[in-house]
Design a protein around this ligand. Structure first.
Ligand code: NAI
Ligand code: MG
Length: 365
């Protein structure tokens, strides 16, 4: 059966990096004899300009029928201040998709690339060998709460609030995905929270600990989120899988970008749960971690690697083809070693030259 893919370029450099990802996808699929059906559509700003909505209902319907969504990036100054009636998911086409598809488990991976060690802010000896997954809970917590607002009290002073709440079931389903993924790696999980301060985080810690009893082969450590941020700078290579709520995950997953040398290098997979073999239970979203980079859009210089590695994650999590995902990653490393680099990682290669070099290495025996 053919893999059904919906490709949504979005805004800014989104369509540029998506094209790079689709070019790699075509090359990989033809050499591995994998069939796929591709459909393309608009998202967020591009959808707003055409339909006056950030996510057209037809696009959502197509998404539900797909196995995988490949997304470029969304947002930009033309749309960032538009306010639509409804909660946080209504303000953003991508958030709406994550919410509607309940892709609650976001896997963001970052690694230290040998050819880019000098390009990170770290001493090469500190960062060498680092390979971290930050798992970010993507559908709950303060970032998705409807209990939010700015109220004016009787004293005429304003009060702002966003409720941070997690149901036991939300924490448990998320932790399960994290432990399952750790099983295929170094079997080490660090769960972060601020249970020394927040009551909701006490529950987070309790539920993660309960779920861990089903995974006795995995080593679980709890760490306060602020200490985790510090330890990620001090000894990034000591981490394997980090479990974090929506807010801490947002911050820590950008922070681990520093070990890769650029935000443009980071891929992500957002999953609605996985089976015991690590394969997604349903429609998953694959997208680079970076945004639409309006400052470089249209110049053909965006780094395509975050998108290309997101396509690699699609082979891993939607098809169980870890072999292909590893081969794509090796091709990226080989292209970097050969000296290909876009501007953000200190080179002069265009998006298409970088992409072609990666494809060439993928295809070379
Ligand atoms: P950004 O990630 O777009 O850019 C931050 C910096 O990194 C910029 O200097 C940019 O040029 C650079 N950069 C990012 N990706 C790059 C790539 N592939 N190659 C080379 N350089 C790259 O974040 P920013 O500037 O905070 O936000 C811009 C817009 O993107 C906003 O509208 C924001 O809301 C949106 N955004 C969207 C995200 C998404 O689609 N998932 C995630 C983050 C931001
Ligand atoms: Mg972020």
């Amino acid at each position: 059966m053919a893999l059904k893919i919906l490709a949504l370029g979005g805004d800014g450099i989104g369509p540029e990096v998506l094209n790079a990802g689709l070019k790699l996808l075509a090359a990989v699929a033809s050499s591995a004899a994998i069939k796929y059906e591709l459909c393309e559509d608009l998202l967020h700003g591009a959808a707003w300009d055409k339909h006056g909505t950030f996510l057209h209902p037809d696009t959502l319907a197509k998404a539900r029928e797909s196995d995988a969504l490949l997304v470029g990036a969304t947002g930009g100054p033309a749309w960032d201040r538009i306010e639509v009636a409804g909660g946080p998911a209504e303000q953003d086409g991508l958030m709406k998709l994550r919410h509607e598809l309940q892709t609650f488990a976001c896997v963001r991976s970052s690694q230290a690339w040998e050819p880019l060690l000098d390009y990170t802010p770290f001493n090469p000896d500190v960062v060498r060998g680092a390979n971290v997954i930050v798992m970010r809970e993507l559908c709950g917590g303060a970032m998705f709460s409807d209990t939010r607002g700015i109220e004016t009290g009787s004293d005429g002073k304003r009060r702002g609030f966003d409720l941070n709440e997690y149901a036991e079931s939300e924490i448990a389903r998320f932790a399960r995905v994290g432990f399952t993924i750790a099983r295929q790696r170094k079997k080490r999980v660090v769960s972060v929270d601020k249970s020394n301060v927040f009551v909701a985080d006490k529950l987070w810690r309790e539920v993660v600990t309960e779920v861990s009893t089903d995974f006795p082969d995995i080593e679980l450590t709890h760490m306060f989120a602020d200490n985790c941020a510090f330890q990620l700078c001090r000894q990034p290579a000591s981490f394997d899988v980090i479990l974090a709520d929506n807010l801490f995950g947002d911050i820590l997953s950008d922070q681990v970008g520093s070990i890769a040398g650029s935000l443009g290098m980071l891929p992500s997979a957002s999953l609605p749960g996985i089976d015991a073999n690590g394969v997604s239970n349903g429609t998953a979203i694959y997208e680079p971690v970076h945004g639409s980079a309006p400052d470089i859009a249209g110049h053909g210089v965006a780094n395509p690697i975050g998108m290309i590695l997101s396509v690699a994650m699609m082979f891993e999590y939607s098809l169980g083809r870890t072999d292909i995902s590893k081969k794509i990653s090796a091709a990226v490393e080989a292209a970097l070693k050969e000296g290909f680099a876009t501007r953000d990682i200190g080179g002069k290669a265009t998006t298409s030259a970088m992409t072609d070099a990666i494809i060439r290495h993928y295809q070379s025996p």
